[in-house]
Every structure is written in structure tokens, then in C-alpha cells.
Design a protein around this ligand. Structure first.
Ligand code: ATP
Ligand code: MG
Length: 226
């Protein structure tokens, strides 16, 4: 199993009360899976993705990534896991506005100590993979929303991550651009990429192989489509 989560809770203390953003979640995800996560606003979707992505530590419970305990790692070691193994895609694309598409995509390689020639070559390949080989020197503002999200996907892919975590990647896009992004994620999945996708759109969620629904930090539905 790529991901094993056992009885994970995430509690935020808020003065005299506490918010249970995740409340005893257990979940296993195989390598190569395509999973969607749905649920109302505030149900814990982003919190769960942040735990899976080693961005935040659970308050209790166990998280094994490739059989290795994540909570046993230091912050620094978790940052390394995050850089090497996990590609993030967000609703707002989080691109650096003054950097070209190529430089935005090359940046994670810089943090991993890859030499400049190889950085540029791999960034260009990743941009070709998302069909933006003709836009590599464009700034984010010179690209459409769908194109900007494809740059963000190329940036997520450039380290050849073990999984892609996407938090409402179509939330800021018109339906046509959104459909193109989902088609791209499906194509990556067919090539073996593990994808975990948070969405509010039932039509998008249905395109995943497996659908998880959260309610108040609890998994209330976990169904596999064949
Ligand atoms: N840093 C924080 N401190 C306190 N409470 C938080 C924090 N982050 C999230 N929460 C609370 O935890 C709960 C789950 O939040 P989360 O962001 O995971 O929801 P979500 O399902 O992603 O919602 P949305 O669909 O609106 O993005 C919410 O009630 C939220 O208010
Ligand atoms: Mg969220």
C-alpha cells in the first residue's frame, strides 16, 4: 500500500472549544489509484489532503507512507518526502507571477539540487506532457486559467512524484477548461500516476475509480466504481 491511515484525528484548539477537523479517519490507498474526495465545506477535505501530503501532522493516529511511519520523521525529513514524493495542485495555481512557465516548473528541481541544464530539460519535457511546449517562455498572466493550471500540473509532475494531490483544481476554471484538466489527470492516471482529487463536483468525482465522502471529519462513504 502506498498510503495507510489508521484512526487519524486532527484537532484544532480554538480557545475553550476545539474543532475536530478529522475524527478517526482510516483509509488505505494503493499505488496507481485515482481517488476523489467530496464533502461539504468544512468537512475536512483539505485537512485530510494536508495530512496525506505531509503538510500537517495528525493530532493522533498513524500514517504510513510506503510502509514508513510519517510521524516518526522530523519536520526536515517530512519536507524532503514532500519535495520528492508529492505533487500538489491547488484551486489557485500558486505560480510565481514574474517567472516564466519554464522557471515555475523548474523550481522544485532547484530545491532538490538538480543541475541547471537538467532542470530546464526536465521542465520543458513536463510542459510538453501537459501540451504547453509552445508556451514555455510565457509569464502566468500571459496564459489562460486552464493553461496556468497545466503549468501547475507540470510543476507537480517534474519531480516524478509518487502521488498527485489536487485540492479543487477546477474550482477557478470554466467548465471546458475544467474538463480538460480532468482529462489530463485521467491520462496521467492511465500512465500509472496515483491521484487524489478533492472536488465539489459530483460529475468530476464520478470519473475517479473510487469515491470518498467526508462529513464532519468522518468518512461516511467509500465506494469503488468498476
Ligand atoms: N488552522 C485551523 N485552525 C482552526 N480550525 C481549522 C483550521 N483549518 C481548518 N479548520 C477547521 O477544520 C474544519 C475542516 O476544514 P477543511 O479546510 O479541511 O475543510 P474543507 O472540507 O476543505 O472545506 P472547503 O470545501 O471549504 O475547502 C473546518 O471546520 C475548519 O474551520
Ligand atoms: Mg478545502
Amino acid at each position: 500500500m502506498l498510503i495507510v491511515i489508521n484512526n487519524v484525528s486532527k484537532v484544532y484548539p480554538m480557545g475553550s472549544v476545539e474543532v475536530r477537523a478529522l475524527d478517526g479517519v482510516s483509509l488505505s490507498i494503493e499505488r496507481g489509484a485515482f481517488v476523489s474526495i467530496m464533502g461539504r465545506s468544512g468537512s475536512g477535505k483539505t485537512t485530510l489532503l494536508d495530512v496525506i501530503g505531509c503538510l500537517s501532522r495528525p493530532t493522533s493516529g498513524e500514517y504510513l507512507l510506503n510502509g514508513q511511519s510519517v510521524q516518526a520523521l522530523s519536520d526536515e525529513q517530512r519536507a524532503i518526502v514532500r519535495n520528492r514524493s508529492i505533487g500538489f495542485i491547488f484551486q489557485t495555481f500558486h505560480l510565481l507571477p514574474r517567472q516564466t512557465a519554464l522557471m515555475n516548473v523548474a523550481l522544485p528541481l532547484f530545491y532538490n539540487g538538480v543541475a541547471q541544464d537538467e532542470r530546464h530539460q526536465r521542465a520543458e519535457e513536463a510542459l510538453q506532457q501537459v501540451e504547453l511546449g509552445h508556451r514555455i517562455h510565457h509569464l502566468p498572466r500571459e496564459l489562460s486559467g486552464g493553461q496556468q493550471q497545466r503549468v501547475a500540473i507540470a510543476r507537480a509532475l517534474v519531480n516524478r512524484p509518487e502521488m498527485i494531490l489536487a485540492d479543487e483544481p477546477t474550482g477557478n476554471l470554466d467548465s471546458k477548461s475544467g474538463a480538460e484538466i480532468i482529462d489530463l489527470l485521467k491520462a496521467l492516471h492511465r500512465q500509472g500516476q496515483t491521484i487524489i482529487l478533492v472536488t465539489h463536483d459530483i460529475g468530476i468525482a464520478r470519473q475517479a475509480e473510487r469515491r470518498i465522502v467526508l462529513e464532519d471529519g468522518v468518512i461516511v462513504e467509500d465506494s469503488e466504481e468498476r
